[in-house]
Design a protein around this ligand. Structure first.
Ligand code: ATP
Ligand code: MG
Length: 405
């Protein structure tokens, strides 16, 4: 059983690629589900299905071909199914804090709710062994990516805080209610959380088990898009998920180069050539810009063919964390597996939020996690095929920090 997440910046081609992958897998005989995790669903549009999707099918499993189903998770439906008491409590709290009711209700759908709802389905289908492969067409990267950390965070909350909070709420609720109009959560809120926790149990392990779950980052050969992909890459590394391919979509082919698009083509060529510097050793797959929108089964099949050729999309194409970060005394350590690079002079520098490593002709850009952005590289050493870069706040920065404090 496999779970593959397709994610990337808005509009890069996640949905088209998820749909094309679904068709390719179904053709190979895998029972496949493509699930849209993005609240702005376009999966059925991609299959050109809108005429066939009935109201009662919204949010449900819909068969679109032999061995292939799609599902567009409907957040309103999911709130009433899974989040009712949590949602009621949060929206009441927001309303009491002065927000107008409709806005409070809107804001109470907190980031990650759709995604967690879809993880509930994924967990259910895993238990029921409903599919061989589940593809998750995710929302654009950025904050919404944090959903991958929700099961782990919930696990931590349930084991460390939940029981205490529930007991405290039980004890102080009567007194608290007479003193203030701000409500403390009721028992049904806690029951709701407990139930969610039960239904999500195990998914955190599945997400970080690279035999089951891998992430494929979809990107375009443009600076801004690549930068975001790079951040997502680091982010997934941090959370222990395995990125097993990067898909560079919409590359202008040779014949599309002239005239109006010639500057675009040069720009793209530069980024396509250097894309490995950002993502190697993870494999990079390239997809051309098609002549028209990728809509309907025939064009999705063409996209699938261009992307996979004879490759089986269900296989896992990379199985290591390309880098790991660790807190050490007084700073951080970034470790990179570089088995084929020997210990020549290592040139390290920081460029904005990036750590750039150059060793002879080898060059790698690493987007640093938030906590490490203020650090400077202090030195590097090789150990058992790994390059270990030490980062810490430089003395100049420390001094400046103290002066401004
Ligand atoms: N290789 C390609 N060649 C031509 N058009 C493409 C290609 N890939 C995607 N498209 C088109 O680009 C548009 C956006 O694609 P898609 O909806 O798959 O992106 P997305 O990343 O899912 O977007 P969103 O972030 O809004 O969910 C669609 O019109 C799609 O048909
Ligand atoms: Mg999409």
């Amino acid at each position: 059983m496999r779970i593959i997440l397709y994610t990337g910046k808005g509009g890069v081609g996640k949905t088209s690629i998820s749909a094309a992958t679904g068709l390719e897998l179904a053709r190979r005989g895998y029972r496949t589900l493509v699930m849209s995790v993005d609240p702005a669903h376009s999966l059925s549009d991609s299959f050109d299905l809108e005429k066939r999707l009935m109201d009662h099918e919204a949010g449900q499993l819909v068969a679109v071909a032999k061995n292939l189903w799609i599902q567009e998770v409907d957040v309103q439906e999911e709130i009433s199914r899974h989040w009712d008491s949590v949602y009621s409590y949060v929206s009441a709290l927001l309303n009491l804090s002065g927000l107008e009711q409709t806005l409070a209700e809107e804001l109470a759908i907190f980031p990650g709710m759709e995604e967690v709802s879809s993880l509930l389905y994924v967990n259910q289908y895993v238990r029921e062994k409903s599919f061989d492969v589940m593809l998750l067409d995710c929302a654009p990267t950025g904050e919404s990516l944090r959903f991958v950390s929700i099961p782990t965070t919930l696990e931590w909350y349930m084991s460390k805080i939940f029981k205490l909070e529930r007991r405290v709420a039980r004890l102080v609720r009567p007194m608290f209610n007479t003193l203030t109009s701000v409500p403390l959560p009721q028992e049904d809120y806690f029951r709701n959380l407990q139930e969610l926790h039960r239904k999500l149990s195990g998914i955190d392990k599945l997400l970080v088990d690279s035999k089951v779950t891998t992430v494929r980052l979809v990107t375009n050969p443009e600076k801004v898009v690549l930068k975001e992909t790079q951040r997502a890459f680091t982010y997934f590394c941090l959370y222990g998920l395995t990125v097993d391919a990067v898909i560079v979509n919409r590359i202008l082919p040779e014949e599309a180069g002239g005239g109006y698009f010639s500057a675009w083509k040069d720009t793209q060529r530069r980024w396509v050539e250097s894309v490995e510097e950002f993502f190697a050793p993870v494999p990079v797959w390239r997809v051309p810009y098609f002549q028209d929108e990728v809509l309907g089964v025939e064009r999705l099949n063409a996209l699938g063919k261009a992307l996979y050729g004879s490759r089986d999309p269900a296989k896992r194409y990379f199985n290591e964390a390309p880098y790991r970060f660790r807190k050490i005394h007084g700073g951080y350590e970034a470790r990179l597996r570089l088995p084929f690079v020997s210990g020549k002079d290592v040139d390290l520098f920081k460029k904005n939020d990036e750590l750039v490593i150059r060793i002879g002709v080898f060059k790698r850009h690493i987007s640093l996690p938030q906590r490490m952005m203020r650090c400077e590289p202090l030195g590097a050493r090789f150990e058992n095929g790994e390059l270990i870069v030490e980062l810490g706040e430089s003395h100049a920065q420390n001094k400046k920090g103290r002066e401004t404090a």
